[in-house]
Design a protein. Structure first.
Length: 327
């Protein structure tokens, strides 16, 4: 590696460390602020509640994060999750109600598999048709929403076996199952993105797709992998929501869509692709959940929490603007 390459690598590692330190500082600041102004905030009950609420948003944010790193976007993550949950619920209600605990791994495989298939189809359109990811995923979002409404007639499917209740509300070694699932998923995404050839290809494709082609990276295959992974994680989120609410309908998690984008940018993901890490993203999600829970304890409107999240994003974008970096 020449001196220029070494300097670039060191600068990149320094930026990653700064992003993580900034997110940790933001988390500590949020914890300190709400512990001072919200009675009972620093309690086991509050943190346990946050551990059950965060994973749904966390999984959908991971599903959004990977396409953003590739220079794209996946506006269909929430409706992909809904369709995957519907597919699993239809299967369980139709064939597996008497299967007991065996129904859970089958439903999980179906949900993740359906999500991966949806994602690969979206990725193929982005890669081989050349359509913009925003337009493709917007079309997929509308199609999946309409398909779900058609299949359910605007209603829901409920009444899952007891195994689903354990996944949605149980604990293992004192850790809530939803949080455990999210942490495992985040660990897998971190490993893929930072320690595998495919992860390197995703970063390169997002940073400079033309240069990536000249280095031998199959950009089209990489894009299909990106959206396939995004769809699979969306499917996992759909199964988790099915377990948490003991029901599924089109529209579950709809309000999370823009927040997933906000969380990615807040944690340092570049809107144009190529840059962003999983650890700052996880810490940033925890900060957003702390804000939401703290505001809830204060009796504030959920809409105010959303407005504050948007304000954080605007502030971060200002602080990262080229003008301020040059000065």
């Amino acid at each position: 590696m020449d001196n220029k390459g070494l300097f670039t690598l060191l600068r990149k590692q320094s930026n990653d460390t700064l992003e993580l330190a900034a997110m940790l500082g933001f988390l500590v600041l949020c914890l300190a602020a709400f512990s001072a102004i919200a009675p009972g905030f620093l309690s086991a009950g509050t943190f346990r509640s946050m551990a059950f609420q965060l994973p749904e948003l966390g999984l959908l944010t991971l599903a959004m994060f990977i396409p953003i790193i590739s220079g794209g976007l996946n506006l269909a993550v929430t409706y992909s999750a809904n369709i995957c949950g519907l597919a699993a619920a239809f299967l369980v209600k139709g064939l597996l109600m008497s299967a007991g605990w065996a129904s859970l791994p089958i439903a999980l495989c179906v949900g993740v598999g359906v999500g991966a298939v949806i994602g690969v189809m979206v990725g193929a359109m982005v890669a081989y048709v050349g359509a913009h990811p925003i337009l493709v995923t917007l079309g997929a979002m509308i199609f999946l929403r309409g398909l779900g409404e058609l299949l359910t007639r605007g209603g829901d499917i409920s009444g899952m076996p007891e195994a689903f209740n354990f996944v949605g509300h149980g604990s293992l070694f004192g850790i809530p199952m939803p949080m455990l699932i999210f942490l495992i998923a985040a660990g897998i995404v971190l490993y893929i993105m930072q320690y595998t050839k495919d992860g390197f290809s995703i970063y390169m494709s997002g940073s400079n797709p033309e240069a990536a082609k000249y280095t031998g990276i199959n950009v089209n295959r990489t894009l299909m992998l990106v959206y396939g992974l995004s769809g699979a994680i969306s499917g996992l989120a759909g199964i988790l929501m099915l377990a948490r609410f003991n029901s599924v309908r089109i529209g579950h998690g709809d309000s999370y869509l823009l927040i997933t984008v906000l969380a990615c940018f807040l944690a340092g993901a570049n809107p144009f692709g190529g840059f962003g890490r999983v650890l700052p993203l996880v810490v940033g999600l925890m900060s957003l959940q702390v804000v939401a829970s703290g505001m809830n304890l204060l009796g504030a409107s959920q809409h105010l929490s959303t407005a504050i999240w948007g304000g954080f994003l605007l502030l971060v974008m200002i602080l990262r603007s080229p003008f301020l970096k040059k000065n």
